[in-house]
Design a protein. Structure first.
Lengths: 350, 350
DNA sequence: CCGGTTTGAGTAAAGGTTTACTCAAATTTA
DNA sequence: TAAATTTGAGTAAACCTTTACTCAAACCGG
């Protein structure tokens, strides 16, 4: 019972043709209840598992999907990727996961491998999508970042993202309502819709409350990591010594900024208030406690998988909805707590 | 030039048989320089890429490997997985990455999918390896954790791990030499060789320096995450108020412990010194700065991939070395700094 | 210049499925 | 009950490679 049998073996043992076995397995064509029972029994006995490769060859596509992600070392992406892999696995789709490190050379290479393997679908997480020349031939879902389409090959493609502008708006509003008046922002790569929209939300909130957004109070980090956040804050505070509020376009940036804040002797939330974006686990740690904007990574995944599976099954080649904008949620923590008096004693210094 | 052509098309366009095309592609059998040039030209022109699925069917194995990992959300695993995927990709092996969440049901399911897809090799990272009944049929490399072998199917399997005992030993020694005398440990799942060996190294260091290890100063965390570290420290300090040194079997535990430490008003390194394990990025942040034991995730990966590829090519069915124990490195940071006087001013409070 | 070896390249089978065609048997309809 | 339809199941082609067999041509030693 090594599970190494073929459909032919099953057909012989159950006294039917291979075609019938195939039909039973795929619940396709016609067969009698009785035949089905017999075939099923043999399949079970032999611990038979259809050869996914042969099936893939025949159907010109393999039951598997590719996930393109910049870097699973970033907890936010890891979270999304983890959820995707779990959800896909439940639908019997194994996932090829490719880290591109934002390098389009690597992305192309991985894409070629995935194509050669004839994956049935693709999921881009915050991808650069370098494949603009050729029409993308398989159903694809984009998460977090809008691909730079030429609208011609717009079909077969779906976008799922958070309401980033609303997120930026909520973040800045939270800072405003907790008393900040000099609110800076550490952004990242505003050529991407994701971060551009967060930035726009931030500006909108300021404007609405009568503050003219000042580009000197905004700095664009080189990378999306704590080290960049650290250095960005140092530059920012130098130019704006009166900063009393800071919104970071991602939590990793906020964490880096937080280190810099403490290093120069400022305190959160007493002398400066802080809001991040993503709600990665570190921000929730007691003693860190950074207010942040939660994106629903679980929803990203469940929607993406649901849509993608239906596209791959061609039940529904053109999904009704091509764009999903998910609500975000402000997670209020100590970093934006109003400091009324000195009575707050249970608050650990960072 | 859609890249959708087949070997047959190439053969027609270059005026040779498909067999010859195949030979050229695989640098197999014989063909003249001239033929090769012609075929290559057409391949390039047509942007032809061999169908990996058809090849997989013919060869009864697909050029791809499966990676089984508990949870890429843990930065250490993410690091290892990232490196593996990158190294494999360079060798033209796409990687299926499966998170098991330490659930053997999920592991089995993923394993079945991978088998159906006829992956050429498997990499287990710290896996439970529930597949003990059946003989593992493909080349497999274990990273970090020794599988529970029945020695019979010992062949075709390789283990790569850090010198965990030495790591534990270095950690405890560092605490001792920085002046601690009441050194506790937060461990995790000592039924696993990984954590058991770290624990043994810790005990060894204590013994050698004349301290009788006290089981009351050791606590086993429920999970390997900050929350567990946090609670474990709280319990530990309650039983051992005089604790002045702490070794955690992983950095995520140490980070949780650190929060608890601050919460009860102790200071690192003044009142208690701390050592973690793994060297994840958070520990290096200015202001966190936890001394830790670095494992070479890059070496894990490069060795694993090198061995696995050679096994998969059957160049070398039985690798000469079946077990690799990599050296670890103590990364000394502020959390174990000797506090001589008050002169250390550049040290940020956490 | 002849028997033997090497070289280059074609033919066809095989690998495990799926599925379009069949067709006989069973069932329904008139 | 004859005709028409439905049902159940088999045959064989196709999916794209790889590779064991061939075999003709070229080359080589004596």
């Amino acid at each position: 019972m090594k599970g190494k049998s073929s459909i032919k073996e099953i057909s012989e043992l159950s006294g039917v043709s291979i075609a019938t076995v195939s039909r039973v397995i795929n619940q396709n064509g016609r067969f009698s209840k009785d035949t089905e029972k017999r075939v099923r029994k043999v399949i079970k006995e032999m611990n038979y598992q259809p050869n996914a490769v042969a099936r893939g060859l025949r159907k010109s596509k393999v039951q598997a999907v590719g996930i393109i992600v910049p870097d699973i070392t970033n907890e936010f992406f890891a979270q999304v990727t983890l959820n995707l892999q779990n959800d896909l696995s439940k639908m019997n789709y194994p996932a090829f996961i490719c880290n591109t490190r934002e390098d389009s050379e690597i992305e192309r290479k991985n894409l070629d491998m995935l194509k050669a393997l004839q994956v049935s679908g693709l999921i881009y997480i915050s991808g650069a999508f370098s494949d603009d020349k050729e029409t993308l031939s398989v159903p694809t879902v984009f998460i977090d970042r809008k691909p730079p389409f030429n609208s011609s090959n717009n079909h077969n493609i779906v976008l799922i993202e958070s309401d980033n502008e609303q997120g930026g708006y909520l973040a800045a509003t939270e800072l405003l309502s907790s008393g900040c008046s000099n609110i800076g922002m550490i952004t990242f790569n505003r050529s991407r819709s994701t971060h551009y929209n967060r930035y726009m939300g931030y500006k909108k909130a300021l404007s609405e409350s009568g503050i003219v957004p000042d580009e000197n109070m905004v700095i664009e980090a080189e990378n999306s990591d704590p080290v960049s956040g650290y250095h960005s804050f140092k530059s920012l505070i130098e130019k704006n010594p009166h900063l009393d509020g800071l919104f970071c376009s991602s939590d990793v940036l906020a964490i880096g900024a937080l280190q810099a804040i403490h290093e120069i002797g400022m305190k959160v939330p007493e002398s400066i208030k802080l809001v991040g974006f993503d709600d990665i686990s570190t921000t929730a740690l007691p003693g860190i406690s950074i207010t942040t904007i939660r994106q629903s990574t679980a929803s990203f995944s469940s929607i993406a998988v649901k849509i993608l599976v239906s596209m791959m099954n061609e039940v529904n080649d053109e999904p009704e909805n091509k764009q999903f904008v998910l609500p975000v949620e402000l997670i209020r923590r100590k970093s934006t707590q109003m400091v009324l008096t000195r009575e707050i004693t249970d608050e650990a210094p960072l």
